[in-house]
Design a protein around this ligand. Structure first.
Ligand code: PHE
Length: 457
């Protein structure tokens, strides 16, 4: 921490909420949540998801924003400060380092997928899906990902947007972007969901998403819910900790976290309401998994009247969601760089962006030239995984559960009750003991079980 840098503060609670919801609402909500819910019991999954959100993801979210506001620095230096102040063991530094490295790694591939979303805005706008059947949209997608130059072009464009916003600064860059992009995103999702109610497949879609299909609840459904909720509210990668560091002392963290979690879940559900009626109206496959967004939906966009507009709106909202999440992955790294390197934020954002881009090339190549390359083949469990799969697997199943559990344990065991009450600015509230109980036992067990079930079993 050698250099002075421009003060980093949100100018209002609204700005913080838009940035945090922007972080939370991402590819996870619009691309992943709908198909995970559909495959894991519909309404039954949504109910389980709600419970795990309350018991696990929300308590960790409160803890992470709180740690950030206590330290007021990047996750690495916030943890350095909190470890010193509490005379805690050095091992807790894993929260700062693990989160920041994780953010860097996840951003490297998130930007590639974000680039797909941008590319599909172009395809939708130019009417490329007109009259397409499944074979045609599949061919579109496969020829796109087979071309490393095309993938890298869109990855680069996506990163330029993200770096451009972060480079300008917290208030004039990030805040300015999210306060206009997020309301636009809410509006677009709502418009699509309302449109979907007029389609003929609406009833079947609601049944698919909301009927309690207990027969589809599998043994690992609860784990899927925990993992999804955890990723969806953006904890364990330093993003919320960094955003918390810029938050004013008088804003209620508990209330903000509830707003973030409710908005995040609400938008995920609205995305499902927007998507599935189209899928059912055209007799498409609702359980196409990850291909739902880029292969199945374009068939519908190519068929419906006004499909050019509806398809463009959909991929535009997917792109906005991805950009505002990616910003929150770059900021923890740039914030740290600003604290330790004597250079302007602009330069540091560009340098970080170039490094992220370089690592991202590995993901770009995983879909084509390196499709058969298995970087960590000797490690058993990673034997069948491409470069991209390996990063994704390690981040989601190992790094994030570790950091998440440690955030929870640090806030629950290392910090005293008095100091967290002081940090949150609340005293004697009834939810406080429940929150601490979750941090001490429930949340760490919940996230560690993802690791145990997926990695060790
Ligand atoms: N929450 C984002 C999503 O749903 C992903 C993300 C995770 C972003 C962690 C930042 C930090 O896509």
């Amino acid at each position: 921490m050698t250099t002075p840098f421009a003060p980093r503060r949100w100018s209002s609670r609204f700005a913080f909420l838009m940035a945090a919801i922007g972080s939370a609402v991402g590819l996870g909500n619009i691309w992943r949540f709908p198909y995970i819910a559909g495959e894991n019991g519909g309404g039954a999954f949504i109910a389980i998801y709600g419970l795990t959100m309350l018991a696990i993801a929300l308590p960790i979210l409160v803890a992470e924003i709180m740690l950030g506001r206590m330290g007021r620095l990047s996750p690495i230096n916030t943890m350095r400060k909190l470890v010193a102040e509490n005379r805690a063991a050095r091992i807790w530094m894993i929260i700062g380092w693990g989160g920041t490295i994780g953010a860097f790694v996840v951003l490297s591939y998130y930007a590639v997928i974000g680039g797909w979303a941008l590319k599909y805005v172009e395809l939708a706008l130019t009417g490329a899906f007109a009259g397409d059947d499944h074979a045609a949209t599949l061919a579109h997608f496969e020829s796109f990902i087979a071309d490393p130059y095309a993938l890298s072009f869109w990855q680069t464009l996506f990163l330029l947007l993200v770096v451009g916003i972060v480079a300008v600064g917290v208030t004039s860059g990030i805040e300015r972007a999210v306060v206009s992009l997020m309301p636009a995103l809410f509006f677009l999702v709502a418009a699509m969901a309302i449109y979907a109610t007029t389609t003929q497949g609406f009833g079947a879609a609601m049944d698919f998403m909301f009927a309690f299909k207990f027969e589809d609840v599998k043994p690992d459904t609860v784990l899927a819910a925990i993992g999804q909720g955890f990723f969806s509210v953006s904890v364990a990668l330093g993003a919320m900790m960094t955003y918390g560091a810029y938050l004013d002392k008088d804003v209620s963290i508990g209330r903000s976290a509830v707003i973030i979690a409710v908005a995040d879940t609400g938008i995920a559900i609205m995305a499902g309401i927007a998507i599935f009626p189209l899928v059912f109206t055209y007799g498409l496959e609702p359980t196409a998994g990850p291909g739902l967004t880029f292969i199945t939906l374009p068939i519908a966009f190519g068929t419906i009247g006004g499909g050019v507009l509806i398809g463009s709106v959909f991929f535009l909202l997917l792109s906005i969601a991805a950009v505002t999440s990616a910003i929150s992955l770059l900021e923890p790294v740039v914030a740290w760089a600003e604290e330790v390197v004597d250079m302007s934020r602009r330069k540091l954002a560009v340098i970080t962006g170039i490094l992220v881009w370089l690592l991202g090339i590995g993901t770009v190549l995983s879909f084509n030239l390196w499709a058969d390359y298995r970087p960590l083949a000797p490690l058993g469990i990673l034997a069948d995984k491409t470069f991209f799969d390996t990063l994704d697997y390690v981040a989601l199943n190992i790094l994030m559960p570790t950091v998440g559990a440690m955030v929870s344990l640090f806030a629950g065991w290392v910090l005293t009750r008095e100091s967290v009450e002081e940090a949150l600015g609340v005293h004697g509230r009834r939810w406080l003991p429940l929150w601490r109980f979750s941090l001490r036992y429930v949340a760490p067990l919940g996230v560690v079980s993802i690791f145990v079930a997926n990695v060790l079993m």
